[in-house]
Design a protein around this ligand. Structure first.
Ligand code: GCV
Length: 696
């Protein structure tokens, strides 16, 4: 299937190793391969190794598979590479097996011994074995010397999830990569092999859970958890299971009414609790390892417990009790705010909402409830501060929700590599611990600061049925990068970027450098030609693509910039504004509150300032707006020529596809530049110091 679909293999290309010496070394190491173990993902690990070695080394690896310990000795009948579960390899490789056991269910030990010439991969589980095989294949693809292979690792975040916003008619809310991979025409699609390929791709970067349907659960999707919907979902779950991925579902909070014929969905009504208990029994009778529910309640017109005068702890805990006997989770979203705000009413600040709703409930959620919190307080803008719920919630399981689908970051028509943005969020020090150190966002979602075992990271998926999965071939880097960061939130942007490039393309050194430079500068470029200094929005309403400075200014959505002839920005200080800055802890509250200390890139998120206000950079706000918009548009133009320099080194169809998108990006960036610059020139009447063309 892949041959006819440009970009389909993504980073699992397994293109032949070119270095002859290395090739010979690898071929020797895999002359005879022994596998020992079992489990759902075990067969996937075996087949992936065979597939990978055939592509990379051109050898048909003769994996001998058995449930018992293979013969460790070399020589006739002995193997050169051993892959197995710790319980089966314990007698042959005691040290590696003990280490693997200490790493838990998803960890692995991968080691080559130069003395014996043997390679061993051990894990306590079949899933860990699968992750180890993918790691080994990526090392081979990148030309790593066998003698350097000595890895013992486990994922740092237990639940690593992709949330699809797919509707059962096949459309995808905020989807920019074609139609749904899962649904079409009101039902689950027939599996044409793509689910398996998708699951492989996700497993290769350690993703271990997906939710296939939109958090906005409409009438038809509500029926997924019925006798008619579940058998087909069980088909999907079976494919995912082979790749260590659990299936979750978004559910409609009003299901007791829509499916159960009840008069309401009050979480304290025993009939409602009973409805969900019976529903859980039904679901688990079809999908024994079902992950749980994702719930968007009392948000953007979705039903929820507020209707019954109940709070979200009562709502979530009622569902949690139904899933608890099966080990299921309730992933309860904190994206709760008033979307019917009167723009005239300056006392309401949407940014405050999640904290105001959820902080008072800290400690009241059941153990199998995880609160899923968007990275920022508003909605996945190019730049937002980290949600102040992180650090403030101390007795609640938390999931960080990122958005890989580029709703507000160019809709996969613009190149915007989001890993550097996510890195900044993950490194944010929440100041939750006394002394204000040791409580970064990454440590919180690893479960190392507060309540932990169920902490999670999730991204809204950027995939669909487009040939290359992500619409824009270079947007694959965001999917790859999300998996890598979820596995290890300390991974660096440069390292993720260069690994993705190495695995996905065959570029010479200059080509690698050009592509890395494009990717690594793309988020800041996007930020600089769109809404300035953290103020956000300024996009066309509804579809959110392209500039429209006042598009949301007089709307009910709570997304304003308050530009007038004197200045721009939202006063969120305690002293004179909405008080949002006070939701942060310790020095963060002080920093954001203070006009003098607030970082430039978030200035207009926290303060309303005159255009003449001096930034830390030394520029006035208006000059920054002009400069950044000229520079951003220039960067987008530069991306085109950088990409052009790769012609001939990249598959033609992939090259053309990306080239067309980069052309569109540079045109769109010019439009952003001119609309934003003209708007602020007209408002302020202040000319560009550098005398560049600003349309009057
Ligand atoms: C799924 C934003 C998006 C909506 C999305 C919502 C959410 O408002 O524009 O499309 O709905 O976030 O995260 O629930």
């Amino acid at each position: 299937m892949s041959e006819t679909r440009p970009g389909y293999e993504a980073w699992l290309r397994y293109a032949p190793v070119a270095d002859g010496e290395r090739l010979a070394e690898y071929r020797r190491a895999f002359a005879s391969v022994a596998f020992a173990g079992g489990g759902e993902a075990f067969a996937s690990a075996v087949s992936e190794l065979e597939r990978g070695l055939s592509g990379l080394l051109g050898i048909a690896c003769r994996a001998s598979v058995g449930a018992s310990a293979p013969n460790r000795d070399r020589g006739p009948g002995g193997a050169t590479a051993f892959f197995g579960l710790s319980k089966t390899l314990a007698s042959s490789f005691p040290e590696e097996s003990a280490k693997a056991d200490s790493l838990g269910g998803e960890g692995f030990v991968l080691r080559f011994s130069s003395a014996s010439g043997r390679l061993v991969l051990v894990s306590a589980s079949d899933r860990g074995l699968l992750y180890g095989v993918f790691r080994l294949l990526s090392l081979i693809r990148r030309g790593c010397a066998l003698a350097d292979i000595d890895i013992a690792e486990a994922p740092k975040v237990p639940l690593r999830m992709l949330d699809h916003w797919d509707n059962i008619d096949g459309s995808v809310e905020r989807g920019y990569a074609g139609l749904s991979l899962f649904f079409s025409d009101g039902r689950l699609r027939a599996d044409d092999g793509r689910w398996e390929d998708y699951a492989r791709l996700l497993a290769s970067v350690g993703i271990n859970a997906i939710c296939p349907n939109n958090v906005n659960v409409h009438a038809a999707e509500t029926r997924l958890i019925t006798e008619e919907g579940l058998p087909s979902l069980a088909r999907l779950a079976a494919v995912l299971r082979r790749w260590g991925i659990k299936l979750y579902l978004s559910v409609n909070y009003a299901s007791p009414m829509e499916l159960g014929g009840l008069g309401g969905a009050d979480p304290l009504d025993p009939a409602v609790a009973d409805f969900w208990k019976r529903r859980a029994d039904l679901i688990y009778s079809s999908i024994a390892d079902f992950g749980g529910f994702v719930v968007k309640a009392d948000s953007e017109h979705r039903p929820g417990p507020f209707t019954y005068g109940r709070d979200h702890a009562q709502g979530a805990n009622m569902l949690a009790r139904a899933l608890e006997p099966y080990g299921g989770l309730v992933i309860w979203r904190c994206f709760v705010y008033n979307c019917m705000q009167d723009w005239r009413d300056r006392s309401i600040d949407r940014a405050r909402a999640a904290y105001d709703h959820f902080l008072p409930l800290d400690g009241r959620f059941a153990d199998n409830v995880v609160l899923q919190i968007k990275n920022g307080p508003v909605d996945f803008q190019a730049r937002e501060p980290v949600s102040p719920l992180f650090g403030s919630l101390k007795a609640t399981n938390m999931a960080l929700e990122l958005q890989a689908t580029q709703e507000y970051t160019g809709q996969q028509r613009h190149l915007c590599f989001l890993v550097p943005q996510w890195r900044e969020y993950l490194d944010f020090e929440t100041c939750a611990r006394p002394g204000g150190e040791g409580s970064t966002l990454k440590r919180i979602i690893e479960g190392r600061v507060f309540k932990g075992p169920r902490c999670a990271i999730a991204a809204v998926a950027n995939t669909g049925d487009s040939d290359c999965w992500t619409g824009h071939p270079l947007a694959q880097a965001n999917l790859f990068g999300f998996g890598k960061l979820a596995w290890d939130p300390d991974s660096g942007s440069e390292e993720i970027c260069s690994e993705w490039i190495d695995l996905s393309f065959d570029l010479d050194a200059a080509g690698k450098e050009a592509l890395a430079s494009m990717l690594l500068s793309s988020w800041r470029a996007y930020e600089s030609y769109t809404a300035p200094l953290g103020v956000g929005w300024m996009v066309n309403p509804n579809h959110h693509y392209g500039p429209n400075v006042d598009g949301y200014e007089y709307s009910p959505w709570g997304t304003y910039h308050y530009a007038d002839r004197e200045g721009v920005g939202v006063d969120r200080t305690r002293k004179t504004g909405s008080g949002y800055a006070g939701q942060y802890l310790g020095r963060n509250a002080e920093t954001y509150e203070s006009l003098a200390d607030c970082p430039d890139e978030l200035l207009l998120f926290f303060h309303h300032v005159p255009y003449s206000h001096r930034l830390h950079s030394g520029k006035s706000v208006i000059q920054h707006i002009y400069d950044s918009h000229f520079e951003g548009a220039e960067a987008a133009e530069r991306f085109r020529s950088q990409w052009d320099s790769l012609k001939g080194q990249v598959d033609d169809a992939v090259f053309e596809l990306a080239a067309a998108r980069l052309r569109e990006q540079s045109e769109s960036a010019r439009e952003w530049r001119d609309q934003i610059n003209t708007y602020f020139y007209r408002k302020s009447g202040i000319a560009d110091e550098k005398g560049r063309k600003i349309y009057p």
